[in-house]
Write a protein that binds this ligand. Sequence first.
Ligand SMILES: [Zn+2]
Length: 218
Amino acid sequence: MKIIVQRNLKRQIHTYYNMEDYITGETRRPGRIEVVCGSMFSGKTEELIRRMKRAKFARQRLIIFKPVIDTRYSAEDVVSHDRNAITSVPVKTAKEILEHANEVDVVGIDEAQFFDDDIIEVCNTLANRGIRVIIAGLDMDYKSKPFGPMPQLLAIADDVLKVHAICMHCGNHAYVSHRKVDVDGQVMLGEKTEYEPLCRECYKKEMARTQGYVSKLF
Ligand SMILES: [Zn+2]
């Protein structure tokens, strides 16, 4: 009796997966890399969490990693700006991800721009093991330069989604996270007091107004 019940359950789950694929267009094809990138306040982490929650709902085994550098809210949660949290494992280096990513179907990586370059090899290794890897990260830093390993991650990804915040000055699609405070250095964690999403035109104007070096940047 027990065996029959288990078989039926397996069949039900199998049918559910197929239905899910059919409805959403998402596939359960294992071993793939997905990147969600954009400026700050563009909804990257929300999209990562949405995909992870769907995977959890489909009874897949999942784990989320983030670099220890991002301690803005909590050491153990991936927290998006709307405080929609999923528990995560903070790691110091990209290689640590391989140590923790055992017996899982889906690996989420948040704030990927802060990881070292090993993250590229790590993501390929995971995907080659048959794991779905979903990465969220800033595509550019506050100087509108590609951020850390993100360009390489975009290159090796099977699927890329670029999300956009709204320009705080004009309401168009933003493309960069403008740092409002006069502090140098690529890594400076902050929120809306320190950063604002701007479109290309408004960013150019802002640079000309505050720095006077628009010709160097563009
Ligand atoms: Zn604008």
